[in-house]
Structures are given as C-alpha cells and as structure tokens.
Design a protein around this ligand. Sequence first.
Ligand code: ADP
Length: 245
Amino acid sequence: MSFIELESVYKKYSMGEVTINALDGVSFSVEQGELCMVVGPSGAGKTTVLNILGGIDDCDDGKVRVGGELINQFNSKRMALYRRHDVGFVFQFYNLVPNLTALENVELASQISNKALNPVRVLERVGLADRMNNFPSQLPGGEQQRVAIARALVRKPEILILDDSASALDYATDAKLRMAIRNLDNAPTTFIVSQRAASVRYADKILVLDDGKLAGMGTHEQLLETCAVYQEIYHSQFPKEVAQR
Ligand code: ADP
C-alpha cells in the first residue's frame, strides 16, 4: 500500500444551473517522502485535489487514503487534528502575520504542535539565518515565501503542500530550497503546484491534471514521451530548440 492513495475522486461545484466537474474520477498513489510536482492548465483541478488531500475541502465521491487511513471519512474533530499535525500548507500569498518577525511567525506555528522542530534551525535550513528578526514587509517576496515554508516545516508535517503558482523565487534559490526540503531528516511527502516547467526536474513524480482528470503521471522524461498535455505545457515554456540544448 502506498502512503497516499486517491481512488476515483470526484468533486463538483454547482453554480446555479451550471455544474463544474472540478475532479472527474482522479486516481493516483504517492510514496512516503516523494517530491511531486502538480502541473496542468488553469482550472485543471490542481488546487482542488491538494485542498482535499490537505483536509481543507472534501470530495463528493471516492477514497482518499493517507497512511492507510481514509481521511475523507474523518469527522470534523479528527480532520482538525489531521490538518494541525500532519499537513503543512504554503499558500500562494504566504499569509504571514505582519506584526511578527520571521522568527516569531515560525515560533507561533511551532506552538500548535507537540513534535515541533527548533524554529531557528528551520529558518537556517531555508537560508534565512540573517533574516530572523525582520518583519515580513522588510523581506522581498522570495524570502517571505521561505518564511512561509519554514512555518509549514517547523511542525514536522507528514505532507507539505506548496502552491508555487505565483513563485517569487529565482531559479537558483528555488533549486536550493527544494534541495533543503528534500534533505530534511524524514522529509515530508511534498506536493508543489507549479507553472514553471524548469522546476519539474527536481521531482520524483509529476502529476498532470487536465479538465478534472489525471492526464499523466511519471517522470519528466516519461511524460515528454507519453503525455500530450505535458508536452504542450513544457514546450510552451521551453520551445523544442531551447529544451534540446
Ligand atoms: P487549478 O488549481 O488547476 O487552476 P482549481 O482546482 O482551482 O483549478 O479549479 C478547478 C475547477 O473548479 C475550475 O473550473 C474552477 O473554476 C472550479 N472551482 C474551484 N473552486 C470553486 C468554488 N469554490 N466554486 C465554484 N467553482 C470552483
């Protein structure tokens, strides 16, 4: 059995007469500690699938198993504990507390966990040793994102979900950060939503969503061979002649 298993997951949104099939029978599995990129066109269902996995949304049908437990059958109390102890979220707009320093933002998160890591160590790990006493407004976007990542990691989650669709990081920092997450002891199983094809090279697995369905799953090389949606996304950013260099 894999650490994470989704089996025929459906999610509909109804808006008046219109029904949107945000997820239309999605199934996949991911092993513990894997780093997965989630790619696909806007509206493909990336956010919906990760919100369901992170326990902040529920599905209409299907099974979502984490560590062998069916999380879509958790009651609200059990789900709150799952979100608190097992999942770290980094949202697109970071949502740092503006009147707390970087260190205080991370310390605050550490207080709701009984297995928290040392906040100073985690900030050092993401390359912010010199920035601990700065307020969010004194940090550029990329460093704010790293504070948000440290805040998620300090609780030692089993699953880290990072919405990187509006990434403020340059490629070199981005690569360093992914390696820092990856090299943590007991690295969380990580899902990164990214629009940037260059980031996929760090992934163990790439999930390609399109119109609420899983269009493909595999490594970059496998998907370039087999998945038309992936080829389109990749080559829209890296035209063939650039990618071949
Ligand atoms: P992505 O993250 O790939 O851009 P989403 O998961 O956000 O896609 O959305 C999938 C589909 O579900 C889209 O058509 C979106 O408009 C719709 N959707 C998402 N959330 C809601 C909501 N709360 N109410 C209505 N429709 C929604």
